[in-house]
Design a protein around this ligand. Structure first.
Ligand code: URA
Length: 233
């Protein structure tokens, strides 16, 4: 069990406090949640590698976001890493650099990952639901998500993570095929089923939301502990 001292250090790393005691790990876990991903499975050739997929994405013109993007933003981190983080879509900084999660919310994501011994230089692969920056930082539209999510699904299959961390409602709702809010979905381990394989998926709030609502960071901490408790990273 994490000691209170260690926990205080980790909380500091995430910029949060005070230190709360963990729920007893003897407490019965909540039942595993729904299987998911209805119809997500059969959209691109199963053998497509990450490299081929990235080339395909780089020239994609399936939706209007191609008109305003500077470049596509495919992924960062370690391909085939045990942990894959899925976010929403590139912001201005990501559009400029071609790398996901490099702005302020990316910096918080890095601190959150570090708190559980994960990083994009070590054991984590990071991607988004949509690969192009929605202008004005607006939310991605449903049609854009529908056009782009087959790339994400193939990206997950080709990278082969042991566990997923889904941050924010667009990643969560897309991969769990639900409209429920994040608050109703967190606290249990979900399964994303692709090619008949169940991939455990932990959900949490988007770092951009946590920057606006720091009082919610302790819930994100609980989510990260749930991720760590899976013993897969
Ligand atoms: N927010 C996201 O969801 N993804 C990014 O890459 C950057 C910000």
């Amino acid at each position: 069990m994490t000691s209170t001292r260690n926990k205080a250090d980790l909380f500091n790393a995430m910029g949060i406090g005070p230190v709360w005691e963990l729920r007893s790990q003897d407490e019965p876990s909540k039942p595993d949640a729904m299987a998911s991903g209805v119809g997500l499975d059969e959209m691109l050739p199963a053998s497509l590698s990450l490299e081929s997929l990235q080339e395909m994405v780089a020239v994609c013109k399936k939706c209007g976001l191609c008109e305003t993007r500077k470049q596509t933003v495919f992924a960062d981190g370690i391909p085939h890493a045990p942990l894959m983080v899925v976010g929403e879509g590139p912001g201005v900084d990501e559009d400029a650099t071609g790398r996901p999660f490099v702005g302020k919310s990316g910096q918080l994501l890095d601190r959150m990952l570090k708190a559980v011994g994960a990083s994009r230089t070590n054991n984590t692969y990071i991607a988004n639901v949509v690969k192009c920056h929605p202008p004005g930082n607006r939310n991605p539209e449903q049609a854009e998500i529908e056009q782009c999510s087959p790339y994400l699904v193939q990206q997950i299959k080709a990278s082969g993570p042991k566990v997923l961390l889904l941050v924010g409602r667009f990643a969560i709702q897309t991969l769990l095929n639900t409209k429920k809010p994040v608050g109703e979905l967190r606290g249990v381990v979900h399964q994303v089923t692709l090619d008949g394989r169940d991939i455990p998926a932990v959900v949490t709030y988007h770092p951009a939301y946590l920057l606006r609502r720091p009082e919610e960071k302790s819930k994100a901490w609980d989510d990260l502990l749930l991720l760590k408790q899976q013993g897969l990273i």
